[in-house]
Design a protein. Structure first.
Length: 397
């Protein structure tokens, strides 16, 4: 019964995480759009805010913003924070449930580093904490006064994190932890900077004091950071399902290219919403980064060499191939998986009969030959010669 319970808990956590993430990203993009679209308002001092009119759902909305705070606050305020908190806590719960709870399948690769489950989890959690501390200190240092320099250093930090994670975790685990550190920066910005600063502004107003403009400026800066991090973080989280992205030893370079692509796409919309025209060059840069990431993943994929020269190779007998697949894969990909904790075959793919092996030949090529993503962390010890055998057989199909 436990495997079924575990699978349902994982599904419900994913559901919550995706919904919360949609709400957080949606509100973040919305407010960045509002900020960029503000026009002067007659009753708001110049340089202290503005307003914008919107139409939606059959009605009209007048949205007004004060850069510090209005003279009088209404009795009720809507706090946009729970979306961020729920996204991060559900994401951390998923990290614990999947990657730390099943570390032998998803996180620990003996070919990379021999780790115990508790050691792997400790490294992952410590990285989240220390990653936030490093980022926050950089933002509060003299470097933080120069946004371009801070962005450049932050980019290098992300690359170093991605590379460092590859030295201790599986490719999948390294990719998701890189995204998790960046997501922690985003949630930390909300919990540690944006919301506390807003509370300080409100407290000053209620006490009849002039709020410190630096509080609002710091909150806006961190909100802008979140805006540029959003698209890369979403990609890195989804990339755990795309082995071509993380099985290469150059995955850290792919991370860097994706960070640039996601950031410049946001540049396009931020400039456009501000009335600065269409910065079409950003799409060219994004497209170039995506193409470069594709080429890196293709050329450096683990199975690239195994698949060269196969046309002239003597294909193995089908029976030999079936023995390899059923011996290395069918303990998970069966109607009743034998691997502990699995209630059903991953992705519903069955490889426990000759017919099923032939039917899923393309998936076998991608997962076991082209990327070496399966068996996960090579947990069933598939030999290089067996992968070459699969490659030679698949080349004839």
């Amino acid at each position: 019964m436990w495997p079924f319970v575990a699978e349902w808990i994982g599904s419900l956590l994913r559901w919550l995480h995706v919904i919360a993430g949609m709400a957080w990203i949606g509100s973040s993009f919305y407010f960045m759009h509002i900020d960029a679209s503000l026009k002067p308002a007659p009753d708001i001092p110049k340089g202290k805010g503005g307003e914008v009119f919107e139409v939606h759902g059959g009605g009209f909305y007048q949205v007004r913003k004060w850069l510090v705070a209005p003279e009088n606050l209404p009795p009720q305020l809507i706090w946009h924070k729970w979306e961020a908190y729920t996204t991060w806590t559900s994401g951390f719960a998923l990290l614990c449930w999947i990657y730390y709870g099943s570390s032998d399948l998803y996180l620990i690769d003996p070919a990379v580093r021999e780790l115990g489950p508790f050691a792997a989890a400790g490294i992952g959690i410590a990285a989240l904490v220390l990653g936030w501390v490093l980022y926050d200190r950089l933002c509060k240092s003299k470097l933080g006064e120069n946004e371009v320099a801070l962005g450049a250093v932050g980019f290098v930090v992300i690359l170093l994190l991605a590379w460092a994670f590859q030295q201790v975790f599986s490719g999948r685990g390294a990719m998701v932890h890189t995204g998790a550190v960046m997501a922690t920066w985003m949630a930390g910005n909300v919990a540690m900077i944006i919301i506390p600063n807003q509370r300080k502004v409100i407290a000053a107003l209620l006490a009849g004091k002039e709020p410190d403009p630096a509080l609002g400026k710091a909150g806006k800066t961190r909100s802008t950071h979140n805006n540029y991090l959003t698209l890369p973080v979403v990609f890195l989280m989804l990339a755990s399902h795309s082995p071509l992205v993380w099985t290469t030893t150059w995955a850290w370079a792919i991370v860097g290219l994706i960070v640039i692509a996601g950031a410049v796409i946001r540049v396009f919309y931020n400039v456009r919403h501000k009335g600065g025209g269409n910065a079409w060059w950003t799409w060219g840069v994004a497209a170039a980064c995506i193409v470069a990431a594709f080429l890196v993943s293709m050329v450096t994929a683990p199975g690239w060499r195994e698949r060269t020269g196969l046309a002239a190779a003597q294909p193995p007998a089908t029976e030999e191939v079936l023995n390899v697949v059923m011996g290395r894969c069918s303990m998970c990909h069966a109607r009743e998986p034998l691997w502990p904790g699995l209630a059903s075959a991953p992705k519903g793919i069955l490889l426990d009969t000759p017919e099923q092996v032939v039917r899923h030949a393309q998936a076998i090529e991608e997962q076991a030959v082209r990327t070496h993503a399966m068996p996960p962390n090579n947990i069933t010890m598939m030999e290089p010669e067996e992968r070459r055998m699969l490659a030679a057989w698949l080349a004839t199909r």
